[in-house]
Design a binder for this molecule. Structure first.
Ligand SMILES: Cc1cc2nc3c(=O)[nH]c(=O)nc-3n(C[C@H](O)[C@H](O)[C@H](O)COP(=O)(O)O)c2cc1C
Length: 183
């Protein structure tokens, strides 16, 4: 990929994995990309728990779906799950919520997560962000204190069909962009 737009077009949510493990140095490269992400007040309100122990990973994945809905059961196929904690937002971001009614820490998490996923895509590693999960059992499983928040998960693995570029279903530019005023 020669330019950023190609990378952005190439990244898509991968929900079928080959099952091959991901080297920790490659996972760390994705975390490094996330570490460099901007955040409100440079708060960096995150921690990343990389779950690559196969038994533990299955237990984490099992908390992203249930047998009735079956939604998200592809996480069982992923060799790695990354659990992103919302960690220690600065006081200013709490003021932001109170005064400006903006959720900066969650925005920060989203940006860092996308840095992770784009870096992974550049290395041929597939990801899918997982916002649907059961927080309480996950916390017990990973010894996360009760007062902390699990913000987002990412399933990670080599795509079962490498190199496949999925067609993007997106609103058109005309639908989402105006110049100089809301319309
Ligand atoms: C915050 C967030 C939470 C998401 N949660 C889930 C999820 O629980 N399960 C899932 O299959 N996809 C999830 N996705 C992936 C979206 O469905 C996906 O990004 C969207 O459909 C666009 O497709 P693309 O990523 O392939 O471009 C999530 C994405 C985001 C940004």
């Amino acid at each position: 990929m020669d330019n950023f737009l190609d990378l952005a077009a190439h990244r898509s949510s991968i929900r079928r994995y080959s099952g091959t493990g991901i080297p920790r140095k490659d996972l760390d490269r994705c975390i490094e990309a996330a570490r460099l992400a901007p955040s409100a007040s440079n708060s960096q309100p995150w921690k990343f728990i990389v779950v690559d122990d196969p038994g533990l990973k299955d237990k984490v994945a099992a908390n992203t779906w249930d047998p009735v809905i079956r939604f998200n059961n592809f996480t069982m196929e992923a060799p790695v799950m990354v659990v992103i904690m919302l960690e220690g937002p600065k006081l200013i971001t709490k003021v932001g919520k109170a005064v400006k009614n903006k959720e900066w820490p969650h925005m920060d998490i989203g940006i860092a997560a996308e840095h992770f996923c784009l870096q992974a895509a550049e290395m041929g590693i597939g990801t899918c962000m997982i916002g649907w999960f059961s927080e309480k059992p996950l916390k017990e499983l990973l010894h996360i204190p009760k007062n902390k928040e699990v913000a987002l998960l990412i399933s990670v693995g080599y795509p079962k069909t490498p190199g496949q570029i999925k067609e993007k279903k997106r609103k058109s530019l005309a639908q989402i962009r105006t110049f100089n005023a809301y319309r």
